[in-house]
Design a protein around this ligand. Structure first.
Ligand SMILES: Cc1cc2nc3c(=O)[nH]c(=O)nc-3n(C[C@H](O)[C@H](O)[C@H](O)COP(=O)(O)OP(=O)(O)OC[C@H]3O[C@@H](n4cnc5c(N)ncnc54)[C@H](O)[C@@H]3O)c2cc1C
Ligand code: SF4
Length: 329
């Protein structure tokens, strides 16, 4: 049986109390929202914090506000609510779809959008028990000195595994980060860094306090496609988010994001040149698929064949573009 390590349980009732705790003990604290990823990781001794701070008592982090400038979501909003909220389904269908494809129903009821954005990276050699990892000699991400995926590598290349993050990037969403000193807002596209040991810009003491999708994304044509072994529950082994703005039947701009292959989602370059002034048709879908195929190189960081995942990149890009265009694939 896998047990939890010892920790001190802290359950603040206000954001101020929470940020005060993080200011004093951020480096020794694991923040837990729904706990659907953090708790299994604790049982695997991937985290051994002195304090476990549960966000569940901070009611002010659980809002959804559909306002003229943006859809604003508190980090504690459950994924099941994001998936089912009528205005989100109407205005941002790819966001509702991605949230509805995370794990299974129970996990979407517990799992939050903030936890999904801040989800730890995943790797075959990391998401294992302490006994398993010890037998292997650990790895760079925790307690070891080598990477088993890239043996001479200096950085962890564990896979970013959040379904919602690539969609947020495709829609130009922003994230608010707070600490006791103040708040800052950055694009979700700048939230991630290419190191799987800690793949986002959060520092000890920081907390995600809001995720906002701009009103400008409301009219975008968007799609989200996810490849996973079992459609009922698994993490993605490849995910593709696409969003395009159309005017007079042709594309004005677009974003294409491929994820679950490296430590941060990859925004495909050259997309604007491919789509600008063109209808969202099969020729554009093929050109975007070719660009993504050229730029994406999955590694054996998750337990699925890397060549297969690479060959699925253009397939899933075409499907996402067709979905955005409203064409059956
Ligand atoms: C069987 C199984 C299948 C799964 N399948 C998927 C899947 O298909 N797709 C997917 O995306 N996920 C999947 N997950 C992972 C997880 O369930 C979801 O990502 C969920 O959204 C995590 O949210 P949470 O609130 O439970 O996060 P938690 O587990 O509470 O936290 C996750 C991480 O986020 C940090 N965190 C949480 N909130 C904040 C905040 N406000 N500010 C800063 N840091 C914060 C925590 O410290 C922790 O590091 C799966 C999990 C399981 C067990
Ligand atoms: S990619 Fe390498 S360093 Fe990162 S978790 Fe996997 S084996 Fe460890």
């Amino acid at each position: 049986m896998l047990t939890l390590p010892e920790f001190e349980w802290v359950r603040p009732a206000t954001l101020d109390a929470l940020l005060a705790h993080l200011a004093d003990h951020g480096a020794d604290t694991l923040v837990v929202a729904g706990g659907t990823d953090a708790v299994p990781n604790l049982k695997h001794r991937l985290h051994e914090p002195r304090y476990l701070v549960h966000l569940g008592g901070v009611a002010e982090l659980g809002f959804v506000r559909n306002e003229p400038d943006a859809l604003h979501m508190g980090p504690l909003v459950p994924l099941s609510r994001i998936a089912s909220e009528p205005r989100i389904r109407t205005d941002f269908p790819s966001l509702a779809k991605a949230a509805g494809l995370v794990a299974g129903p129970q996990l979407r009821n517990m799992g939050t959008i903030g936890g999904n954005l801040c989800l730890d990276t995943r790797c075959t050699y990391y998401n294992q028990t302490l006994f398993w990892r010890q037998a292997l000699g650990f790895c760079l991400k925790k307690s070891g000195t080598v990477c088993h995926v890239v043996p001479n590598g200096k950085r962890c290349v564990a896979a970013h595994a959040s379904d919602v993050a690539p969609v947020l990037i495709s829609l130009g969403a922003e994230v608010e980060i707070a600490n006791r000193a103040g708040r800052r807002v950055i694009p979700v596209a700048d939230f991630f860094v290419a190191d799987g040991i800690h793949n986002n810009v959060l520092e000890p003491g920081d907390l995600v306090t809001r995720i906002s999708v701009p009103a400008a994304a409301r009219g975008m044509r968007a799609g989200y496609q996810k490849l996973r072994p079992r459609a009922a529950i698994d993490f993605p082994m490849l995910s593709v988010a696409f969003a395009a703005r159309l005017g007079n039947g042709v594309c004005e701009d677009a974003r294409l994001v491929v994820s679950s292959i490296a430590a941060k989602p990859r925004t495909i370059s050259g997309v604007e040149a491919i789509v600008r002034g063109k209808p969202l048709d099969e020729t554009v879908a093929q050109a975007l698929a070719a660009a993504a195929h050229q730029q994406c190189h999955p590694l054996i960081n998750v337990a699925y064949d890397q060549e297969y995942r690479r060959e699925m990149v253009p397939v899933y890009v075409r499907r996402a573009v067709r979905e955005a265009a409203g064409v059956e694939s």
